[in-house]
Design a protein. Structure first.
Length: 65
């Protein structure tokens, strides 16, 4: 079940990546719903994903805090 939640969070983040503010809000929601090990997976995914989208780098700080 948690794999579904993780994949859903990633798909939402991909869909809203056009807007950094919305992306940050959805990232905060994902962090609240995911398990600790899933948050680590999300961090790894984010670091690879933002290489192509540098405007989203500010949101990565939310994951690290």
């Amino acid at each position: 079940m948690s794999k579904i939640t993780f994949d859903y969070a990633k798909s939402i983040l991909e869909r809203v990546s056009f807007d950094p503010i919305l992306f940050c809000k959805e990232l905060e929601k994902a962090i609240k719903t995911l398990l600790p090990y899933e948050i680590e997976q999300l961090q790894e995914w984010l670091f690879h994903y933002i290489i192509e989208k540098p405007e989203l780098k500010q949101c990565v700080l939310k994951v690290n805090s």
